[in-house]
Write a protein that binds this ligand. Structure first.
Ligand SMILES: Nc1ncnc2c1ncn2[C@@H]1O[C@H](COP(=O)(O)OP(=O)(O)O)[C@@H](O)[C@H]1O
Ligand SMILES: [Mg+2]
Length: 367
């Protein structure tokens, strides 16, 4: 795709100079585009092709994107402390649209590149985990008072854990690829935890938990950190921002940031939850959480980590059983390996569960 041609559709001052791929995102195609302005100064923008196979309603997605990012930007613009959370700054097309639809069916959007920031693919140390968790929590706090209509669900039932298990049950029943014989142990592990897995949804239905606006993709590479100080600057990748439970955001940070191995590790003896990373994420997430989180919200954080890790295992195992339809695989049993890895992580969390809960009590005591 000719980026220069796309650039002409957006309302950006200056002259197009160059474009190069940016980051390692595996959902959208991301390009860094340089312009030179009349003053001679360089200005850089991020162009992104929205993956409309995953996000089937790009205009609804962009509606969420713009509402949420503008809400945070308004707060940033009004802040005088110099420490406020920054926001993705969406650039509209020349005709005032949030994204452009090309003749070939691709949707592209643009926003300002935040200079002097960096993302990390893998958490390197507890400080980064703490910063990322603190920044995600700030983001959640900033958007809680967004007014107007409920945001669109860009992926319906994204964290409906019980429904995800029902889909697995269906896949088990059909066993279309004759793979059930290899995975019975894993299936039983999941079914034994079925009731517990529905806890968050049950509490939500009973009115004991509150629906909020949540991010739903809380990996470290979705937080821009300051290159010099390492401090969290901005949460990006707002494709999955929608109504949900903050517990899943916290849980997914632990699942992705506190695991000892890659997601497809086949040697399960290497897989465990790193307690120091869990603790850093917990402390970051709970910083200044009073007034935002109830005692029950906090108490449920360890369980949330376990539930979303189980849910992720369910999704990988389901995909394995239905013939690898959703997740890309690089070798035949990769989805099975991924499922086993997640389930081993669940087992590791169960072993450390009391300590995980004690850590929450410690943070609450110090407040
Ligand atoms: N506004 C921005 N400023 C600086 N870097 C950015 C910005 N937006 C995205 N990036 C970089 O591009 C990568 C991919 O962007 P992201 O929106 O997360 O796409 P994906 O949905 O594919 O993960 C990020 O991990 C980050 O490194
Ligand atoms: Mg991303």
């Amino acid at each position: 795709m000719d980026i220069q041609q796309i650039s002409e559709r957006f309302s950006i001052a200056g002259r197009f100079v160059s474009a190069k791929p940016l980051g390692n995102g595996n959902v959208n195609e991301t390009v860094l585009v340089s312009y030179v302005q009349e003053s001679g100064q360089e200005a850089r923008y991020v162009f992104q092709r929205i993956n409309h196979n995953v996000f089937t309603k790009p205009l609804e997605l962009m509606d969420n994107y713009v509402r949420v990012s503008r809400h945070i930007k308004n707060k940033f613009d009004q802040d005088t402390s110099g420490t406020a959370h920054r926001s993705v700054d969406v650039v509209l097309t020349k005709s005032g649209e949030t994204c452009c639809l090309l003749e070939n069916g691709e949707y592209w959007r643009a926003y300002k590149y935040l200079e002097n920031t960096k993302t990390y693919e893998v958490v390197e140390n507890a400080d980064q985990a703490y910063e990322a968790a603190k920044t995600f929590a700030e983001f959640l706090k900033l958007i809680r008072d967004l007014s107007g209509e409920r945001l669109h669900e860009t992926i319906p039932d994204f964290h409906n854990t019980s429904k995800r298990i029902e889909v697995l049950e269906e896949a088990v029943k059909n066993d279309s690829y004759n793979r059930l014989k290899d995975v019975e142990q894993e299936v039983n592990f999941i079914f034994d935890r079925k009731e517990e897995a529905g806890t968050l949804l049950r509490l939500l239905a009973e009115g004991k938990l509150t629906e909020r606006i949540t991010h739903n993709d809380t990996k470290l590479n979705n937080v821009l950190l300051d290159v010099k100080t390492g401090c969290g600057v901005c949460v990006i990748d707002l494709d999955t921002v929608m109504p949900g439970l903050i517990h899943y955001d916290f849980g997914d940070m632990v699942r992705s940031g506190a695991a000892s191995t890659d997601e497809n590790e086949s040697d399960l003896s290497k897989v465990y939850m790193k307690f120091d990373m869990y603790s850093a994420i917990l402390h970051g997430f709970l910083k200044n959480s009073n007034g935002f989180m109830t005692p029950l919200d906090k108490e449920l954080l360890p369980l949330s980590a376990k539930i979303i890790t189980l849910e992720t295992g369910v999704r990988f195992l389901t995909d394995y059983l239905i013939g690898d339809e959703y997740f890309k695989i690089r070798y035949p049993n990769e989805n099975f390996d991924r499922a086993r890895m997640q389930l081993k992580l669940v087992a590791s969390m169960e072993e450390q569960f009391e300590s995980m809960q004690n850590e929450v009590s410690k943070v609450i005591c110090c407040e």
